[in-house]
Design a protein around this ligand. Structure first.
Ligand code: HEM
Length: 231
């Protein structure tokens, strides 16, 4: 292969990698927006049963009569499923490329860093995926029933989070989500080209703050139920 062919291939590969990273970053931003909205909705349960059940019902009548009952939720869930598929597909392609491209070994320092964050992202991502499947079976299809009454969305939350092992599962999942979000936000900012050396510290702090808001915001309702602040 001539040097110029090699250069053309290299730059094409770099362009594809940038494209894959943009897929990861934009789907990641979409998840973050969904999570913030979902967290806001969940926090309504701290205002009592009427507020939370009213909110859950409101979500189902958004867009009526143009959309059918729960039509908005179906559209949102379809977009989320497509985004999850795109996010995972791009991640797998990037890992493959990284493994194939590595003709010279990393120095020890870089290997430790790269392996730690890529392992955390990979296993964190798998954990979050398994959690979402469990979560949908519990709260959307109500196939998994743990605890007492399941008549309303509020009752389902109270039933679930009065049980210690469900609180433990959600706590572990939220910690995994927080770690994934922290590194993911940082990566997305690099990919979208908003990072400069001077902004590095501020970006890291913002990524940590976003992760903490999500983890604490999601864990408040389960913990409030578990310790008996709301019932
Ligand atoms: C403590 C944390 C969480 C609680 C208490 C919670 C609670 C709920 C509840 C009650 C529903 C059913 C809503 C309804 O049918 O009206 C729901 C749906 C859903 N949740 Fe969560 N959630 C939590 C975290 C998460 C996380 C971290 C994700 C994503 C990574 C997530 C993704 C979803 C999705 C995709 C739906 C389906 C939306 C729908 O069709 O209603 N949830 N959640």
């Amino acid at each position: 292969m001539t040097t110029s062919t090699r250069l053309v291939r290299k730059s094409a590969a770099r362009r594809t990698s940038v494209g894959l990273k943009i897929v990861m970053a934009t789907t990641g931003v979409l998840f973050l927006l969904f999570l913030l909205a979902h967290m806001y909705g969940n926090l309504k349960m701290l205002s009592g049963q009427a507020a939370f059940d009213g909110y859950a019902e409101h979500l189902r009548v958004i867009g009526e009569p143009v959309l059918p009952y729960a039509g908005f939720l179906w559209i949102m869930n379809t977009v989320l499923v497509l985004a999850v598929a795109g996010h995972i597909w791009a991640a797998v392609q990037l890992w493959r490329r990284a493994n194939h491209a590595r003709s010279t070994p990393y120095t020890t320092y870089h290997r430790v860093q790269a392996t730690w964050s890529s392992r955390t992202m990979r296993w964190g991502g798998v954990t979050i995926l398994l959690f979402v499947v469990f979560h949908l079976l519990q709260f959307t299809t109500v196939t998994i029933k743990v605890g007492g009454s399941f008549d309303s969305p509020y009752d389902r939350l109270v039933a679930a989070f009065s049980t210690w092992y469900i609180v433990a599962v959600y706590t572990l999942a939220m910690v995994a989500l927080g770690m994934h979000l922290r590194h993911g936000t940082w990566s997305a900012v690099q990919t979208l080209g908003w990072s400069t050396q001077g902004r590095e510290r501020a970006i890291k702090r913002t990524a940590l703050a976003i992760a903490l808001v999500i983890v604490v915001g999601f864990l408040l309702p389960p913990l409030a139920i578990f310790v008996g602040w709301v019932s």
